[in-house]
Design a protein around this ligand. Structure first.
Ligand SMILES: [Fe+2]
Length: 422
């Protein structure tokens, strides 16, 4: 299988996206319609416009296809019940697998084609939503056989058959408000990020009650994913004032509420604010890209089977330290978090320490070694890690360009938990 991010022509165009000479000539800011709150899927009459009004206006055949997994199926059932009560026909496909393997996505698309929905509902964590996006592409465009070739320059022309609604059950991925989906090619152990402006969902329903049953480890991992989205989304040269506003507020919310929701799963205020934070962080990076947290996180995560949020979260301090020599934009984050200091350097050190303190509070190790990756396996996989990180689309949006040698060095520093000093 080939991947669009290996195409030299597309690669050559990517730096233009971050060029200060053309940035701002045309800027798109896309978001789904957001429906927020524990009453979003009310089954009884409410004296206000309801979710049904939205779907009534968008659906003609009123056939709703739900993509979910066994864990989130109960939430899909709740949403389906609300739609069925209003006369919609529903079908629930509950076989979505973690990390959205492409073969699994294709199986989902086969069922979608049989059912012929005019609205697709993705109910679950990031993998479910991402996999549903992939299946949506295959449903709308049967001529596309290679999902690895779906990139930002394709003219996909989705929505001729169905719209797309996302109902996240975790707070982190941001997929409910991005144009991206990360699939997995199990044959090559590679993450395959696909991206296209058509992949922004039409509607995102943020019901914090859906996140109450997340176990602590998943709460920590997904929350750190959101933090990585916001930090990279701010630091990348592709950022702008609108995305910065989203990212900075998300960071403030994450520092206030992530540890709280980790310690107490039933803390409804913390769950609610983390859901908002994840969507804001998703909106921040979703307009442009992440950078090295995800370039390295994807590489290490896919080769060693580490949860996405955990693998990108560990790289936040290392990425910031690598960016430091070319940008002072971290000061915006310091301002947002009220991190003072006698000099920029002191403020930077305190910011990095604050992030490490949060990792510790979440019982997340600060190094790859701490994750339990054996030294021998780490060395054996070094060449692949460097290749995957260098080819990763997020790496192209790093504020500081990176060579293969520097990538290897960062990986070794991150393995031992050493500060980046080059
Ligand atoms: Fe992510």
């Amino acid at each position: 299988m080939s991947y669009w991010f290996q195409d030299p022509g597309i690669k050559a165009l990517l730096p233009l996206a971050t060029s200060t000479s053309i940035k701002g000539l045309t800027t798109f800011f896309n978001m789904p319609a957001l429906v927020i709150g524990a009453n979003s899927l009310a089954e009884s009459f409410m004296p206000q416009p309801s979710i049904i009004d939205i779907f009534n206006s968008r659906c003609t055949t009123r056939r709703s296809f739900f993509v979910t997994d066994e864990f989130s199926e109960r939430f899909a059932l709740k949403a389906a019940r609300v739609l069925e009560g209003a006369g919609f026909t529903t079908f629930i496909w509950n076989k979505a697998l973690p990390e959205a393997p492409i073969e699994n996505v294709k199986e989902c698309a086969v069922e979608m084609v049989k059912f012929e929905p005019d609205m697709i509902f993705a109910v679950g964590g990031g993998s479910v939503i991402d996999g549903a996006k992939g299946a949506w592409v295959l449903y709308e465009r049967p001529d596309i056989t290679d999902l690895g070739q779906v990139h930002p320059l394709n003219l996909l022309g989705l929505r001729k058959k169905a719209g797309f609604a996302a109902l996240p059950t975790t707070s982190g991925t941001g997929s409910e408000c991005t144009m991206a989906a990360v699939l997995t090619d199990t044959a090559t152990h590679r993450k395959v990020p696909i991206a296209n402006g058509d992949l922004f969902p039409d509607i995102a329903i943020l019901d914090p009650e859906f996140t109450l049953s997340m176990p602590p480890k998943l709460t920590a991992g997904t929350g750190l994913d959101a933090l990585a989205h916001a930090v990279d989304g701010i630091m990348t040269p592709a950022s702008n004032d609108l995305t910065d506003a989203m990212g900075l507020r998300a960071i403030r919310l994450i520092f206030r509420y992530l540890a709280r929701s980790y310690r107490n799963a039933k803390d409804r205020e913390a769950r609610f604010r983390m859901m908002i934070a994840a969507t804001m962080a998703g909106t921040c990076f979703g307009q442009n890209s992440c950078a090295l947290t995800h370039g390295f996180g994807h590489a290490v995560g896919s080769l060693f089977g580490i949860h996405h949020g955990l693998s990108v979260g560990i790289f936040i301090p290392y990425a910031l330290q690598y960016y430091r020599s070319v940008t002072g934009k971290f000061l915006d984050i310091c301002d947002e978090l009220k991190i003072e200091g006698a000099s920029d350097e002191e403020r930077f050190s305190r910011l990095v320490q604050k992030i490490r303190d949060l990792l510790k509070e979440l019982d997340v190790p600060l190094s790859l070694k701490g994750l339990g990756i054996a030294k021998g396996a780490f060395e054996t996989r070094m060449e692949d890690m460097v290749l995957f990180a260098m080819e990763d689309i997020d790496t192209f949006f790093s504020p500081r360009p990176i060579t293969e040698g520097e990538s290897e060095k960062i990986l070794r520093y991150a393995y031992d938990g050493m500060d980046i000093d080059f």
